[in-house]
Design a protein around this ligand. Structure first.
Ligand SMILES: CCCCCCC/C=C/C(=O)SCCNC(=O)CCNC(=O)[C@H](O)C(C)(C)COP(=O)(O)OP(=O)(O)OC[C@H]1O[C@@H](n2cnc3c(N)ncnc32)[C@H](O)[C@@H]1OP(=O)(O)O
Ligand SMILES: NC(=O)C1=CN([C@@H]2O[C@H](COP(=O)(O)OP(=O)(O)OC[C@H]3O[C@@H](n4cnc5c(N)ncnc54)[C@H](OP(=O)(O)O)[C@@H]3O)[C@@H](O)[C@H]2O)C=CC1
Length: 284
């Protein structure tokens, strides 16, 4: 990870970064964030906490979550850590039960946990395809369905934000994740209608290239061309993605449901993103 990316992801820097939101926006509220031990999930969790929310954070690696929890506690915030693999229905169920037992409420769920590996689609092994579909389609679905069941049982309102990818032009090298996220976008549009009677809004944020440690999985030749990914010629910051999640979760999003907010510096309009490296055929 470059020093610039490390600085953008540093908890102290994220805590001090300028935000357009007022400090007591989420006073008395509880936000659940998956994949909060790194990258975008960490930035989202820290912004919720800065704005007064109590946190429930999950991910598969307890050590990463504890670092974030300790940091938030050092700032006077409250955090419940529940290590969870979002692919496992029993673990997802236990997560929501523990959160309810601890705080007596959940107001916001952000389904950020996910990821993929870059490889040309023609070479995917069935196990690789399934791993990515399980993480990003099945895992996110389990989380959003369980959140809705929570609000059906305990009363709403509730807001779900799913982190997806920009699917409009496809994305060479990560067809598996594009397929999974397209499924989540379709499900989001559908359940936004089904779950409105429960007082539940469901939306997606589609980040473009974003400066997190997650980018380390891409080969150096792909990373070298990342500035060509959008007209702004830079990656987004985790804070820029976090602010868009807050926009949809808070009162600012109260008349928005079933939507995908794209935060990609215009990458869906112009830019090239060869996540597994540029094939010779497409060299200029
Ligand atoms: C240009 C880039 C920017 C584009 C912007 C938009 C796109 C989105 C970008 C991001 O999301 S940034 C990063 C987010 N974070 C990550 O992606 C995390 C890193 N990835 C992973 O953790 C894994 O890739 C995973 C598969 C998602 C994890 O699942 P799991 O733990 O179940 O997998 P494994 O047991 O490790 O592997 C299972 C199976 O998958 C195949 N496989 C895994 N890695 C690779 C690889 N590098 N190349 C080829 N195939 C891979 C393989 O079949 C594995 O089975 P085995 O061979 O190990 O038996
Ligand atoms: N950075 C980018 O350019 C973009 C990222 N995204 C998406 O945004 C999200 C966050 O990515 P980013 O922060 O960059 O990358 P990271 O790899 O830093 O974050 C992914 C997080 O998800 C957690 N996670 C992965 N699988 C599971 C699982 N099965 N159960 C629970 N937690 C899991 C990981 O923790 P652990 O391994 O400990 O479980 C990790 O903390 C991902 O869904 C990613 O695909 C979308 C577009 C662009």
């Amino acid at each position: 990870m470059s020093p610039e990316i490390a600085a953008l992801n540093n908890p102290e820097n994220l805590w001090a970064a300028e935000t357009v939101y007022r400090p007591d926006l989420f006073q008395g509220k509880v936000a659940l964030v998956s994949g909060a031990g790194s990258g975008i999930g960490r930035a989202v969790a820290l912004l919720f906490a800065r704005l007064g929310a109590k946190l429930v954070i999950c991910g598969r690696t307890p050590e990463k979550l504890e670092v974030i929890a300790e940091f938030v506690r050092s700032k006077g915030g409250e955090v419940l850590v529940v290590p969870t693999n979002v692919r496992e229905p029993e673990q997802v169920d236990a997560l929501f039960k523990k959160a309810q037992a601890h705080y007596g409420r959940i107001d916001y769920t952000v389904n950020n946990a996910g990821g993929q590996f870059p490889q040309n689609a023609i070479d995917y092994a069935p196990k690789g395809w399934n791993a990515v579909i399980n993480n990003n389609l099945n895992g996110t679905w389990l989380m959003m369905q369980r959140a809705a069941q929570h609000w059906r049982e305990h009363g709403g309102p509730g807001s779900i934000v799913n982190i997806v990818v920009v699917i409009e032009r496809g994305m060479p090298g990560v067809a598996h994740t594009v397929a999974a996220r397209a499924g989540i976008i379709g499900a989001t549009r559908t359940v936004a209608v089904e779950w409105a009677p429960l007082g539940v809004r469901v939306n997606c944020v589609a980040p473009g290239l974003t400066a997190t440690e997650g980018l380390d999985v891409y080969p150096p030749e792909a990373q070298k061309e990342f500035p060509l990914a959008n007209p702004l010629k830079r990656p987004g910051t985790p804070m820029e993605i976090a602010e868009s999640v807050i926009y949809l979760s808070a009162g600012s999003g109260s008349f928005i449901t079933g939507e995908v907010v794209t935060v990609d510096g215009g990458g869906k309009l112009w830019g090239e993103l060869w996540t597994a490296g540029r094939p010779d055929y497409y060299r200029h």
